[in-house]
Design a protein around this ligand. Sequence first.
Ligand code: AMP
Ligand code: MG
Length: 397
Amino acid sequence: MISVRDGQNQILAQISEPTPPELLPVTRARERVLAEDLRAPFDVPPTDNSAVDGYAVASGDVPATGTRDLDVVAELPAGAVYDGLLASGQAVRIMTGAPMPHGADTVYPQEVVERRGGLVRVGPTRKSANVRMRGEDIQAGTIVIERGTVLRPQELGLIASLGRWQVLVHRRPRVALLSTGDEVVEPGMPRKAGQIYDANRFTLRGSIEQCGGEVLDLGIVPDVRDELRARLLEAADVGDIVVTSGGVSVGVLDLVKEVLHEIGAIDFWQVAMQPGRPLAFGRIKSAHFFGLPGNPVASMLAFMLFVRPAIFKLAGRRRLFPDTAEATAVEPMSKRKGRREFKRGVVQWRNGRWEARITGPQGSGILSSMAAGNCLIVLEEDRGDVAAGETVLVEPF
Ligand code: AMP
Ligand code: MG
């Protein structure tokens, strides 16, 4: 048996190079991973500018006490720039964000002054009031967004504000996906006695898409040695990663093992976890291979624990693991020491705290336990049964 952590480390150690970069328009880069350190090509803001609608003046004209009348020499609409040099006794009407006129260093908000015809009456204020300084947000040349960042809408806006319309992002990792088993049939087709509809290819393709991979769906392979070998070789030709489900336990027809020993370098692991103990990991040609268990909950969980961080690393992401939080167990939970258990749970803010409960029966084939839940409740190896009121770790999904 190996621990979850050791398994994860061994897998990540095999993934050295991220996928190559490609240039994409910003409009198509959401959820992609930045493949360059994005630097500011100019100061932001590019010039000193006004933080308010009001009047720009030279601080030398600001009265220490009482008031002073200044000549309004220009009215600048948004986007207009004052070319002249502001002389003593003068003010310019200015809009939020407009560049400060030469000679001006202070702005009065329009609400605090009195405008009379061509004059504006001003009182004491602080030098540089209501001026945003050139480069106060970002200085030219500094890194604004680091390589390995997943681009959310706010990053896209930031990139656009720097004048860029294209960015370098990592190519999506290609994940070839197969279900195995003579009993597994395609949804939409008639189902004979003894057959089950394929669930795993659908949870897994959704999971692959969710974490930024491109799915290459190679369908269902029957438990026939030559066919399995051919499909796995084909999968390794098209995918950076090959994922199968089923066929890694110890049944007579669990051919995945045998075939993989012929065509690749594969380890078979018993991971100290529940659900989802058996896992195959290795290589077929240049592709990374994951053989996930057949039970639907186990295959999805094994994906979350082992395949997702691998896809993330291949995609160039900096963060490979999700955040966890603490919650209070509101019911007892059975737990066997020596393995990590993952209950499907519901976590809710109640009674002034995060409360966690289990979603009914937890069998590894009961996919509805995943659908009813919004988190994994993670119970560590050295822990025994959990009593109501104890603190548990939750990982929202
Ligand atoms: P196996 O590891 O192939 O022995 O499969 C373990 C269990 O998972 C069996 O009950 C299979 O019928 C079931 N199973 C395997 N593949 C799938 C699949 N793609 N969708 C739903 N259940 C599956
Ligand atoms: Mg099978």
